[in-house]
Design a protein around this ligand. Structure first.
Ligand code: SF4
Ligand code: SF4
Length: 505
C-alpha cells in the first residue's frame, strides 16, 4: 500500500538563516580512532539515570552493558570499547542544565574486542511489537535529534494512540549542523531499514522521510535506495529550508497539515516523529547487533582547522575530536555543544561526546553582546515565533516567576528555537529566560513524579511485608492448633522453630 499524500502545510513564523553547512560536508564522514580513555555518563537520555553494573578494576568488552535502566523510563549504557573500568566518578558534561555528572571511566586496552552475545537475535519481522520494543530498549537507543528521549518509551506511548504516519526527521534546519545530511548521503540503507523496523513496531504502513530542499544529494541517495528496496510505503517529502521546520510539531504540520494541540504530542494527530539518526541506530542494533556506542557528529565553525563530520565512540572527549579535525584555529573563542541557536556554551573541552552531541561548534571571536534595552513592543518576536506565542509577555511572567501565567501563555510549548532573540531589536535574552523557567517547572514535575514512584514502591513493599506476616501468623495458628491436639512437647517444638525463624529474619 502506498503512503497517502497531503499538501504541505505552512510553518508559522520562522527565519531564513545562513546555513554554513558546506564547510563540513565537503568530505565523507571520517572515523575518529578509539581514544586511550572513554568517559561515559550514566545519564545520556531524558529520564531516570541508569545504574552502573560494573566495578572499578573490571575488564569490559565493546558493546557490554555497563549501566542498566530499571524500565523504559531510561536507557542502558554500553562500553564503547574494550578496557578496564578505572573510575566511576563525577565528570564535566555538556548537559543543558547542569555541570558534572556521574561517569564510568574506561581505560581502553587498544584491542577493541567486542562482546560475543549469546542472545538470540531473531529477525525483527518475526518479533511481536512488545518484544521488538524491549529489544530496542536493550540497545540503549534514544532520540538522536537532540532530545535523547528513550526510543522504546516513545514507541510504547505511540502504541497507545492510533498512529497512521511515521515521520522520519531529516530536516536538520539549524545552521552549521550537517550530521544527518551526511548520514542520509552515505547510509541511506540504514535509514530506510530503520524506517521499516519502526513501521513494524507500530504496525503501520506509511512513512514520510522529511528532508529540507537544500539537501539534494541526501534526497537523491535516499531515492536511489528506495528504488532498490522497492518499498512503496515510504515516501520522501521535501520541506522548505526555513528554521525551525525540523521542530517536531512544526514538521508534523508541514508534512501532514495537521496541527499538534497545545501541550499535546504528535500522537494526538496520529503521527510519530523519529530522527533519521535514530532510525539508522535501530537498524544497526537490530541487524548488525551493535548497541548505541558511537554517533556521527559535526565538528565545525571558523574556530576549527578542518571542519568535517566524524563518527566517534561515545565517551571520546571533545578535545580528542577537535584534535582529529586539525585542532583549533588561532582565533577560536567559543565552544558550543550543539548548534548556534539551541546549543550550549561550555568552558572545557574535557566534556565527552554523548548520545545527544550532534555538533561541536567552535566560533571565532564575535562582537561583544549588545546591551539589553527595554522592550519597545514592536511585536517582531511574536511574528517569528513558530509556536505562535507572545514572547514579550511570556518574558514578563518568567521575570515575575508567575507559573500560572507562564503556563496559560504556553511556556511549555516553547521549543527554545531562539528566533525571538535573534529578531529582538532590544537584545532581550528571551530564550534563555524561557529555558530556565521551563527547566525549573520540569524539575519540579520530575521531582513530583519521582516521589510518586517512590511512594508506590514503599506501599507495595509494605503490602508485601503485611501479606507475608499474615501468612506466617496463619501458619503459626494452624500449627498451634495441631500441636494442642498432639500434646505439650509439640508446642515447645513449634515455639523453638518460631524463635529460630525470628533469629534468621
Ligand atoms: S524561543 Fe520560544 S518563544 Fe521564542 S520564538 Fe522560539 S518558540 Fe517562540
Ligand atoms: S521583539 Fe523585543 S522589543 Fe519587540 S516586542 Fe519582542 S521583546 Fe519587545
Amino acid at each position: 500500500m502506498s503512503a497517502p499524500t497531503y499538501d504541505l502545510g505552512k510553518l508559522h513564523g520562522g527565519l531564513r538563516l545562513q546555513a554554513h553547512k558546506q564547510m563540513s560536508t565537503a568530505e565523507p564522514i571520517r572515523q575518529v580512532p578509539v581514544p586511550a580513555q572513554l568517559i561515559l555518563p550514566i545519564t545520556q537520555h531524558a529520564g531516570d539515570p541508569a545504574q552502573p553494573v560494573v566495578d572499578i578494576g573490571e575488564h569490559v568488552l565493546k558493546g557490554q552493558l555497563i549501566a542498566k535502566c530499571e524500565d523504559a523510563l531510561g536507557a542502558p549504557v554500553h562500553a564503547s570499547s574494550s578496557g578496564k573500568v578505572i573510575a566511576i566518578e563525577p565528570w564535566p558534561v555538556s548537559r543543558r542544565y547542569g555541570e558534572d555528572a556521574p561517569c564510568i571511566v574506561i581505560e581502553c586496552d587498544g584491542e577493541d574486542t567486542a562482546i560475543e552475545s549469546d542472545e538470540d537475535f531473531a529477525a525483527y519481522d518475526t518479533l511481536s511489537s512488545e518484544a521488538l520494543l524491549n529489544r530496542i530498549l536493550q540497545g540503549g537507543i534514544v532520540g538522536l535529534g537532540g532530545a535523547v528521549f528513550p526510543t522504546a518509551q516513545k514507541l510504547m506511548q505511540a502504541n497507545t494512540c492510533d498512529i497512521e504516519f511515521l515521520i522520519l526527521n531529516g530536516v536538520e534546519c539549524e545552521p552549521y549542523i550537517s550530521c544527518d545530511d551526511v548520514l542520509m548521503r552515505e547510509h541511506g540503507r540504514q535509514v530506510i531499514g530503520g524506517a521499516q523496523i519502526l513501521m513494524h513496531a507500530l504496525s503501520i504502513d506509511a512513512c514520510y522521510i522529511a528532508v529540507e530542499s537544500d539537501k539534494p544529494i541526501a534526497i537523491r541517495n535516499l531515492a536511489e535506495v528506495l528504488g532498490e528496496v522497492d518499498d512503496p510505503r515510504i515516501v520522501i517529502k521535501q520541506v522548505p529550508t526555513i528554521y525551525p521546520s525540523g521542530g517536531e510539531d512544526q514538521l508534523v504540520q508541514l508534512v501532514t497539515n495537521r496541527e499538534v494541540p497545545s501541550g499535546g504530542l504528535p500522537g494526538d494527530v496520529a503521527c510519530l516523529v523519529q530522527n533519521v539518526g535514530t532510525a539508522a541506530a535501530i537498524h544497526h542494533w537490530m541487524v548488525d547487533h551493535e548497541p548505541l556506542i558511537s554517533r556521527i557528529t559535526t565538528v565545525t565553525g571558523d574556530g576549527i582547522a578542518t571542519p568535517m563530520n566524524v563518527e566517534a565512540r561515545l565517551g571520546t572527549t571533545v578535545e580528542n575530536i577537535v584534535k582529529f579535525a586539525g585542532g583549533y584555529t588561532e582565533n577560536a573563542d567559543q565552544l558550543i555543544i550543539g548548534g548556534p541557536m539551541t546549543g550550549k556554551s561550555v568552558t572545557s573541552d574535557r566534556v565527552p561526546l554523548v548520545k545527544a552531541t550532534n555538533c561541536i561548534l567552535v566560533m571565532s571571536q564575535t562582537a561583544p553582546a549588545k546591551p539589553e534595552m527595554p522592550c519597545i513592543r514592536c511585536g517582531d518576536c511574536a511574528a517569528v515565533c513558530p509556536v505562535q506565542l507572545l514572547p514579550q509577555q511570556l518574558f514578563w511572567y518568567t521575570c515575575a516567576d508567575d507559573e500560572k501565567k507562564m503556563r496559560s501563555h504556553g511556556l511549555i510549548d516553547c521549543i527554545e528555537c531562539g528566533c525571538c532573540d535573534l529578531i529582538c531589536p532590544s537584545h532581550i535574552p528571551l530564550t534563555a529566560n524561557f529555558r530556565t523557567a521551563k527547566a525549573r517547572i520540569r524539575e519540579q514535575a520530575d521531582e513530583k513524579a519521582r516521589a510518586e514512584r517512590a511512594r508506590h514502591r514503599f506501599e507495595a513493599r509494605n503490602d508485601r511485608l503485611e501479606r507475608s506476616q499474615q501468612q506466617r501468623d496463619e501458619e503459626l495458628a494452624r500449627q498451634k492448633a495441631t500441636a494442642r491436639r498432639a500434646g505439650p512437647d509439640a508446642i515447645a517444638e513449634i515455639l523453638r522453630r518460631k524463635q529460630d525463624k525470628t533469629d534468621e529474619d
